[in-house]
Design a protein around this ligand. Structure first.
Ligand code: PMP
Length: 415
């Protein structure tokens, strides 16, 4: 793995680290691939790819309860990953780490269990105008079922949350506040610690959607004091179909199970079934074993590079990208918050984002276009969608130059 031998004066050698990602070294439409769709999903380092094939080549087996050697190896690797996740998040214990399919499932799990158990008619749940649909719809479903109300924290023209409006929304009917740490559409980093503190004072619990935070910064659940937190493996250099729900032990223990099946039980009889301890209570059925293992490997990988180094380098890319793209005539950046992660959403004149995306693809540049699963936010800005370039630590300034050049070419063709 390149990362371990890359340090010069304690600064990572980003060009060397890039060699860990085989997918990046190819041509698309005859041009060098520039992958700027990292907010949708990240590429995978060799250590993660090898961990998955190693699992299938050497010790594929169903986990827990297996008396045989391969089952023991697989169980140990899977449970070691849970420890890695717990350490990475600074959770109190690995019992607070529930493996799920991803952020979407983490939110649905909490809405369906904690939500159903604790929300009643007249209660209020707060989200922001900037949420991904997966942090809106599960709460809408819960509100509809229980006769509760969904309240929305508005944003300003820069794409920042209006915290004073949030404080006004809080009251003794507020039960749950669910907010993203980082906006996937605009890159805004929300003041989640302040949000959590205020919610707790009002007696509400807080879910943090950390899907876009985990790849870019240190996330410490005890320091934040969040009650629940969810993220997806595939955005943090691991594979798809695996993610994590963190929850405080005392809350998880009181919650009813989400799905019924194998593994989540202590004993089953037709007179009545008793449930397993956390986290297994929430892990019915055979899980995504190789995904769980890959997640631990991916988190170790970014720890080895250093999350502070990653954040600093990606911030440089953000500043360079913002300056470079701003010099393109007619380009307007949507989302200019003071505190941003490495996402640039933009529009150029009246050109449809999709048309730009298609022309960029011809130049080998991969960006995302559309509403980014944030239709209420797009409505707030009176637009249908944006072009979004999102950077990871394996991206370079030269690639940003290539994006700008390709954009200029596309604008020329479309105008
Ligand atoms: N929340 C945010 C902020 C996201 O960016 C995403 C993915 N785009 C999700 C939730 C949903 O993640 P997943 O599809 O991996 O469950």
């Amino acid at each position: 793995m390149a990362v371990s031998s890359s340090s010069k004066n304690n600064l990572p050698d980003w060009a060397y680290i890039r060699t860990d990602f085989p997918i990046l070294h190819q041509k698309i439409n005859g041009k060098k691939l520039v992958y700027f769709d990292n907010a949708a999903t990240s590429q995978k380092p060799l250590s993660v790819i090898n961990a998955v094939s190693d699992y299938y080549e050497r010790y594929n087996s169903n986990i827990h309860r297996g008396a045989h050697y391969l089952a023991q190896l697989a169980t140990e690797a899977y449970e070691r990953s849970r420890q890695t996740v717990a350490q990475h998040l600074n959770a109190n214990s690995e019992a607070e780490i529930n493996f799920v399919r991803g952020t979407t499932e983490a939110i649905n799990l909490v809405a369906s269990t904690y939500g159903r158990q604790n929300i009643k008619s007249g209660d209020e749940i707060i989200v922001t105008e900037m949420e991904h649909h997966s942090n809106i719809v599960p709460w809408q479903l819960l509100c509809a079922e229980k006769g509760a109300t969904l309240k929305v924290i508005p944003v300003n023209d820069k794409g920042e949350l209006l915290v004073e409006e949030y404080l006004k929304l809080l009251n003794n009917k507020t039960r749950i506040v669910s907010v993203a740490y980082v906006s996937n559409a605009l890159g805004t980093i929300h003041p989640v610690k302040e949000i959590i503190e205020a919610a707790h004072q009002a007696g509400a619990v807080v879910f943090i959607d950390a899907a876009q935070a985990m790849p870019h910064m240190k996330v410490d659940v005890q320091e934040l004091d969040c009650d629940f937190l969810g993220f997806s493996g595939h955005k943090v250099y691991a594979t798809t179909g695996i993610g994590v729900l963190y929850g405080k032990r005392e809350l998880l223990e009181k919650m009813p199970p989400y799905m019924g099946g194998g593994e989540m039980i202590k004993s089953v009889s037709f007179k009545g079934t008793t449930y397993n301890e956390i986290p297994y209570k929430f892990e019915a059925g055979t899980p995504n074993i190789e995904g769980g293992i890959a997640l631990g490997v991916a988190l170790n990988y970014i720890q080895l590079i250093g999350l502070d180094q990653i954040a600093a380098y990606e911030h440089e890319l953000l500043l360079y990208g913002t300056e470079t793209l701003s010099s393109i005539e007619g380009l307007r950046i949507i989302g200019t918050a003071e505190n941003k992660s490495s996402v640039i959403s933009f529009l150029i004149n009246n050109i449809h984002p999709y048309d730009l995306g298609v022309l960029l693809n011809e130049q080998g540049v991969a960006i995302r276009t559309g509403h980014h699963c944030c239709q209420p936010l797009m409505d707030r800005f009176g637009i249908e969608g944006t072009c979004r370039a999102s950077f990871a630590f394996y991206n370079t300034r030269e690639e940003i130059d290539q994006l700008a050049e390709s954009l200029n070419r596309a604008v020329h063709l479309l105008s």
